[in-house]
Each structure stands twice: as structure tokens, then as C-alpha cells.
Design a protein. Structure first.
Length: 166
């Protein structure tokens, strides 16, 4: 059965490129999550006035990959203790976040964050909220690193694991 989770981890190009390679991921869409206006464009989001996070809608087959595994992989490629910054990307639109639509997912999210916190001295600042809104990013942002293999990415895309996690 297909399920959906939205993840923000800095620039959406890398998050999308990473999860496109993971077995069990059906589709990814780069976009803007949980902001305060309708149909934002990239230039508006970059002002920091829209409250949007660059995020990726991830559609996955829960028979092939669990939400827990997706979140573990997510935490492998972000710095969850960095506020409004990942790599060279700085600003509120680059905050880390997990946005859910199914209330049942919240306990899994909280469990994974509690496990991950044991790896850090600093507190995890990854935002966890119910999805309020999501707007697809412009076409040139979709599958950006697939179209532009030498494009900037703050994520080490070689970290994709091919094995199933516990």
C-alpha cells in the first residue's frame, strides 16, 4: 500500500536525488511545505518571509520500506542539530523537518527522533508537524540532480544503502 511522508533537509535537490535511489520509494516531488501563502515560487521562498521549507513529498510502498527505515535513512544524510542550515544552504527554507499527514505516523517519528538523539550532545532541532500545505516546486527543480549531475548537493549521494534496515 502506498503511503506518503514529507521531508525537509536543506536543499530539496539532494533529498529528492537520495530517496529516488531507495528501494520501495515509488515517487518523489520537490516542493514547499507549511508556509503562509498560496502557490509560492522559489524567489518568494528564498526571502524567508513565506515560512516554507524546501521539502520532498515521498510516496513509498510500506510493504517494501517502513516509515522507520525512511526516517533512519533521512537522519543519515542530514545534521538534525543544525538550525536553518544544511551544508552551504542557510535560511529558514533550509530547516530540517518531518511533515506527516497520518496521525498514526507521529509515534514512529517520535520514536526515531528519540533513538537518534542518543547520537548527539546537542538537541535535535528537526521540526515535526502535521502537513498544513505543500506546493510543487517549479519544473526545473524536479529531479534536478538527475537532469544536472554536476549540480550542487550538500548530501553525499553515495550513502544510499542497498540493504534493508531493522
Amino acid at each position: 500500500m502506498a503511503k506518503i511522508i514529507y521531508l525537509a533537509g536543506g536543499c530539496f535537490w539532494g533529498i529528492e536525488a537520495y530517496f529516488m535511489q531507495v528501494k520501495g520509494i515509488i515517487n518523489t516531488t520537490a516542493g514547499y511545505a507549511n508556509g503562509n501563502c498560496e502557490n509560492p515560487i522559489y524567489q518568494q521562498v528564498c526571502t524567508g518571509k513565506t515560512d516554507f521549507a524546501e521539502a520532498v513529498k515521498i510516496v513509498y510502498d510500506e510493504n517494501l520500506i517502513s516509515l522507520k527505515e525512511i526516517l533512519k535513512r533521512f537522519f543519515d544524510i542530514i545534521n538534525p542539530t543544525s538550525l536553518n542550515r544544511q551544508g552551504n544552504d542557510i535560511g529558514t527554507q533550509y530547516r530540517t523537518g518531518i511533515y506527516y499527514i497520518n496521525d498514526k505516523d507521529l509515534s514512529v517519528i517520535n520514536d526515531v527522533i528519540n533513538e537518534e538523539q542518543n547520537k548527539y550532545i546537542a538537541p535535535i532541532v528537526t521540526e515535526v508537524k502535521k502537513l498544513e500545505n505543500f506546493y510543487e516546486a517549479e519544473e526545473y527543480h524536479q529531479k534536478y540532480l538527475q537532469k544536472n549531475p554536476s549540480g550542487y548537493c550538500h548530501i553525499n549521494l553515495s550513502k544510499v544503502k542497498t540493504f534493508k534496515m531493522d
